[in-house]
Ligand binder design. Structure first.
Ligand SMILES: [Zn+2]
Length: 88
């Protein structure tokens, strides 16, 4: 299935992720508030069950999102920890 950014369910998921993260990039030492994107901690393609789980999403700015491209798995545990903290 192809990702549809206009899907209302996807938009809702993204908004909830942003809100939990207070509309800031969650990369340590960044925290910027512009050009935000919602990153799937576990891959969109491989974790279909988690696609709309807000505990699987984290707010990143475009720059940070691009910087982890291809090495997303290295950030999984760091992001999970940040998400857990933000959710509590
Ligand atoms: Zn950032």
């Amino acid at each position: 299935m192809k990702r549809n950014y206009e899907d209302p369910v996807y938009k809702e998921w993204r908004q909830r992720v942003y809100k939990r993260d207070k509309f800031r990039c969650q990369m340590p030492n960044c925290k910027c508030k512009s050009r935000l994107q919602a990153h799937h901690v576990r891959k969109w393609s491989s974790a279909s069950m988690l696609r709309y789980d807000i505990d699987n999403g984290i707010t990143l700015c475009r720059k940070c999102h691009e910087s982890i491209h291809g090495k997303e798995h290295l950030y999984e545990s760091l992001f999970m920890e940040i998400i857990r903290k933000n959710a509590s």
